[in-house]
Design a protein around this ligand. Structure first.
Ligand code: PHE
Length: 447
């Protein structure tokens, strides 16, 4: 006999877990370098618009599909559209779980090692922050060992069960991370020379925008909100039928966006004040933030604490990525939770090895991309937008927008999903994603 499916123990447990999934490296590490590479303020505005008109409706949609079916993404589509190929959308999500977690875990490993580096004094004032980062990620063994450690912790938590493991961890960690980020932003904003960074972050110049950067904004929105691959379907599936969707979804989107915005205030003023390049790519946060900490009293202590919390924020996101794959094996293939967690955890660890090595230790390329960048391209430009597009078409046209909206509003809280939702999910969301995807891909392959 299979154990009954778990349910979140309270509404707060869901919000924290879902916000734990959303808030992660995407808000600090990825958000900052994507904004930095795309010229700052203009990109930020596009990003916020995308969050409002695509992110929130998609969040509501995914949570609703999960809450109604109480199933993993593949199972959810099978339940709602039996004997059709729609389950493939869930399958894309499972694939995205593999792809994302393999490089996500590598970056999380960097974060764990930065916890030790900071406390150990390597990143003190006057250090060569750029050099240290470059040396760290191009190491052969170090980053792989940290990646292994991170995957091990992730699979142990998932093996133990979603609800207890996840809920307990995020309840304490999220508030502490938040406070620390605010302190960091205040220090960064008061550095001499911070003004230029504030202007970069807040004063838009729309001539900087390209098709590529708009695709980047959509990709970042999906990534940071954990959308387009069924993570929110899966977490929604552990809600009881009495839990509401729209308010919970608004909390998750709101917290995630708030944390990203604050992270930008922690990073950009310092980038300019301390003379770094905002377009320096995936190293931006790892180079800039230690430099800001070095400028603070007890900076090494706070820096260590920060990287510890970032690693934990990454962990609560990684858990949701692994959970999508594991929930599928448990629900559909009758595998035990522990066995599935170990099996998938090991496979993802293996896929992460070439990703890690491609950062400098070895030349592992796919086309023009180092393997790491290829995986990120795959999820950002194809898997998540395509998954999001198909989920929107399904909810808007197949299951029908009216049905999705009414289901979302059943046992609703304060926010009522109005008919505006129908317009967004049927037309605006899928058309916007399709256009942006096509132009973005043309841009990539012609340039
Ligand atoms: N949202 C997470 C972050 O911002 C990453 C993630 C993507 C998690 C997709 C789950 C699904 O770090």
């Amino acid at each position: 006999m299979k154990a009954p499916r778990e349910l979140w123990t309270s509404r707060v447990a869901f919000i924290l877990a879902a916000a734990g999934s959303a808030v992660g490296l995407g808000n600090i590490w990825r958000f900052s370098y994507v904004v930095g590479e795309n010229g700052g303020a203009a990109f930020l505005i596009i990003y916020l618009i995308v969050i409002a008109i695509i992110g929130y409706p998609m969040m509501v949609t995914e949570i609703t599909l999960g809450r109604t079916t109480h199933k993993n993404p593949i199972g959810a589509f099978k339940a709602l559209a039996p004997n059709t190929p729609w389950w493939i959308v869930g399958g894309l999500g499972v694939l995205a779980g593999f792809v994302i977690l393999s490089f996500y875990s590598v970056v999380s490993g960097w974060s764990i090692s930065y916890f030790f580096k900071t406390l150990g004094g390597t990143l003190a004032e006057g250090a060569d922050f750029e050099g240290i980062f470059g040396e760290h990620i191009s190491g052969a063994w170090g980053p792989i060992l940290w990646h292994a450690l991170f995957m091990l912790i992730t699979l142990l938590i998932i093996g133990a069960g979603v609800v207890k493991g996840i809920s307990r961890a995020v309840r304490i960690l999220m508030p502490v991370l938040f406070v620390l980020l605010v302190v960091l932003a205040l220090r960064s904003l008061t550095l001499p020379g911070a003004g230029e960074g504030i202007a970069f972050y807040l004063r838009p110049d729309f001539s900087d925008l390209t098709a590529q950067s708009i695709l980047g904004a959509v990709g970042q929105a999906f990534f940071t909100l954990s959308l387009g691959m069924g993570a929110m379907i899966t977490y929604g599936s552990y809600l009881s039928d009495n839990d509401d969707v729209a308010d919970n979804g608004a909390w998750v989107v709101g917290l995630d966006t708030l944390i990203a915005i604050i992270a930008g205030f922690a990073i950009f003023p310092a980038v300019f004040a301390l003379g770094f390049d905002p377009a320096s790519g995936p190293g931006l946060a790892f180079i800039t933030l230690p430099a800001v900490f070095a400028e603070m009293p007890a900076g090494l202590f706070f820096g260590g604490l920060f990287f510890l919390l970032l690693s934990i924020a990454a962990l609560t996101s990684a858990i949701s990525l692994l959970e999508v794959v594991v929930a599928w094996l448990v629900d559909e293939k009758n595998m035990s939770r522990k066995k599935a967690a170990v099996l998938i955890g090991v496979l993802i660890f293996i896929l992460g090895i070439p990703a890690s090595l491609s950062m400098g230790a070895a030349e592992i390329n796919i086309g023009a991309w180092p393997f790491f960048d290829f995986l990120d391209f795959l999820q950002e430009s194809i898997l998540l937008p395509l998954g999001g597009l198909l989920i929107a078409v399904f909810a808007g046209h197949v299951w029908t927008a009216q049905k999705t909206r009414e289901t979302a509003n059943t046992n609703g809280g304060r926010i009522k999903i109005g008919v505006w939702y129908d317009v967004l999910i049927k037309y605006i969301v899928p058309i916007a994603i399709a256009v942006v995807m096509i132009f973005g891909l043309i841009d990539v392959f012609s340039g």
